[in-house]
Design a protein around this ligand. Structure first.
Ligand code: AGP
Length: 611
């Protein structure tokens, strides 16, 4: 999950590269480096964040207009200066940056060492740099052919950019499994792992596909396949604006994205939930809707927060569409030898559209003949290009590593899908359908009402910022919300938190309850309300601390719990959209009070493009 940038044109490359790396830092941030082509490539690389690299470069005057840069999330070799990218080949003829994993790097390294090649780092990327140079020198071939021949020997995933001293007027980019986007300027090109470093310079982009090799000069881009077949590059126009990738006055991207949710949910259902003529219309599914309606089973595959959204989807599809649903961790599904039938519908959920396990699960499902749909937030990313059809969440760029607005937009899409299918199957009458459509339109305002309580939530967070453990409980639609709340807390504050179905307490976790264990209970008014009231009483009977998310005006739980977060009343189907908001803010404030790096938590990266 590293970040890659490259530039070739007439501008001074260094500031473009550093600015781009800062915009990509959410993808990985344990070390960073740049290579600028002066007479020879000058390489600067440093453990730590991009700011450390800037200090390391200092006031050196670097005027080169061709360069590459990289911010790393370590896979092979610990985070340090030597293992940071870019990596130069042994004789210095090539300098490369790489996102992905070369799975057969050890074997390749052995064969190169047996031929006298020496190494400085423990990385797989340096093996690739030396393999390219070895072929270039021994085979007396040009840089492009050396790159293609070297990559033909590689097993694994890569998004890479290569600089060659002998051919200083070009950069060579190649992609297999790790994303690469090329921004098309006026006699200049910008290369990056995603569009965020490019959009301020140009909105015209080319998304590389697996197997693509691009030879880029400042005034010419030649696109080929690994087999050297020429291709016509497809130039697309970005729909994001520079303002969407700045903090916009918030302290952190995560806080901005939490507060963007009224708008991002509105953007997600705008034009799709049509109250004027009482219908839900998902254009991306129009062609496949008949298969969705007659499907006997839906398999949802995802990871992390997206998997929690999928779990909400299970309740939605069973409630409204009356269809069997399985929710699978993509990483388990892909290796479990699952039963996949031709009339199954597989729904892949992913914010980034680049999660390696989810992509692999998609390919497995397609091989078995299932209809594969995607719910994704990044236009042009791999998952939308590999699925048969799908629906974009219009959440806008989500930069904070902890997913927030993507989750609520994913649930919004799943709700639209489930209700739309249920309506098409004649399972939702006019009155209920109209009520659901009207409530959709109320959600952004209701979320705004919850966000206005952020001061209260911050006060409660202050009381629990020093906890060492926490339990999150919920039932029904709110069980996945409990899981999501626990994930938010642990991934940004490093407090261990566990989500559980509330009824499961008695089967083990209740042993954990004491006066030091905060228990967050998502307990809004629904069909299992009385049951969850009992669960709260069980916790209180053992001196547990209870923080409850309740429906506005609830007086019963208010008397039992130590603290409550109120959310406006809504239809049960929409309670996940509202009840998750206080939990997002609760985790955010605790993490800030603990001095954690909220937008770039330790060990994590925004897009898990490796297995
Ligand atoms: C959630 O806050 C995490 N950042 C992580 O679990 C994430 O949801 C997971 O890696 C899946 O990412 P995706 O939605 O981009 O596929």
């Amino acid at each position: 999950m590293c970040g890659i940038v490259g530039y070739i044109g007439d501008r001074v490359a260094l500031p473009i590269l550093l600015n781009g790396l800062k915009r990509l830092e959410y993808r990985g941030y344990d070390s960073a480096g740049v290579a600028i082509l002066e007479d020879l490539p000058l390489v600067f690389k440093k453990k730590g964040k991009v700011a450390e690299l800037e200090k390391h470069i200092g006031n050196q005057k670097l005027t080169g207009s061709i360069g590459i840069g990289h911010t790393r999330w370590a896979t092979h070799g610990e985070p340090n200066d030597v293992n940071a990218h870019p990596h130069a080949s042994m004789n210095g003829k090539f300098v490369i940056i790489h996102n992905g994993i070369i799975e057969n790097y050890a074997r390749l390294r052995e064969r190169l060492e047996a031929r006298g090649v020496t190494f400085k780092s423990q990385t797989d990327t340096e093996v690739l740099a030396n393999l390219i140079e070895y072929i270039y020198e021994k085979g007396q071939v040009d840089a492009e052919l050396a790159v293609r021949l070297a990559l033909s020997k590689v097993i694994g995933a890569y998004g890479l950019v290569v600089m060659c001293v002998g051919e200083p007027d070009k950069l060579i980019a190649a992609r297999k499994g790790s994303p690469l986007v090329i921004g098309v300027g006026n006699e200049e090109y910008f290369i990056a792992s995603d569009a965020t470093p490019i959009v301020e310079y140009t909105k015209s982009v080319i998304y590389l596909n697996d197997g693509d090799v691009a030879v880029i000069k400042k005034d010419q881009l030649v696109l080929k396949t690994m087999k050297n077949d020429s291709q016509s590059p497809v130039i697309q126009e970005l729909s994001i604006d520079i303002g969407e990738i700045d903090k916009g006055g918030y302290d952190h991207f995560m806080l901005k994205e939490i507060f963007e949710q009224p708008r991002s949910i509105q953007d997600t259902f705008r034009g799709r939930v049509r109250s004027e003529n009482n219908e839900i219309h998902l254009g991306g599914l129009y062609e496949v809707m008949p298969r969705l309606i007659e499907s006997k089973r839906i398999i949802i595959i995802a990871c992390g927060t997206s998997w929690h959204a999928g779990l909400v989807g299970e309740y939605l599809f069973e409630d409204f569409a009356r269809v069997n649903v399985e929710v699978e961790y993509a990483s388990e599904f892909r290796y479990r030898n699952p039963i996949i039938n031709k009339d199954d519908v597989v729904i892949a959920i992913s914010q980034s559209g680049e999660t390696a396990d989810t992509l692999a699960a998609i390919r497995l499902a397609k091989e078995n003949g299932a209809l594969v749909l995607g719910i994704c937030n990044v236009v042009g990313s791999s998952i939308p290009r590999e699925t048969h059809a799908g629906v974009y969440t219009h959440a806008g760029p989500e930069i904070g590593v902890a997913s927030t607005k993507a989750f609520t937009c994913q649930v919004t899409v799943l709700a639209m899908m489930a209700i739309s299918i249920g309506r098409s199957k004649g399972l939702i009458d006019d009155t209920n359908y109209r009520k659901l459509i009207q409530e959709f339109n109320q959600i952004p305002e209701k979320i705004g009402e919850i966000l206005s309580q952020s001061g209260h939530i911050k006060q409660i967070a202050d009381k629990y910022k020093n906890s060492t453990n926490s339990l999150y409980l919920g039932r029904g639609y709110l069980f996945p919300v409990a899981l999501e709340g626990a994930l938010k807390l642990k991934e940004i504050s490093y407090i261990h938190a566990e989500g559980y179905p509330a009824a499961e307490m008695k089967h083990g976790p209740i042993a954990l309850i004491d006066q030091n264990m905060p228990v967050v209970v998502v307990a809004t008014k629904d069909s299992s309300y009385e049951k969850i009231v009992s669960n709260i009483q069980e916790v209180k009977a053992r001196n547990g601390q209870v923080i409850a998310v309740v429906t506005k005006g609830d007086t019963i739980i208010r008397q039992m719990a130590d603290y409550v977060f109120e959310i406006p009343e809504t239809e049960t189907v929409f309670t996940p959209l509202l009840s998750v908001i206080p939990l997002q803010l609760f985790s955010y404030y605790i993490a800030v009070m603990r001095g954690c790096n909220v937008d770039q938590p330790r060990n994590l990266a925004k897009s898990v493009t490796v297995e």
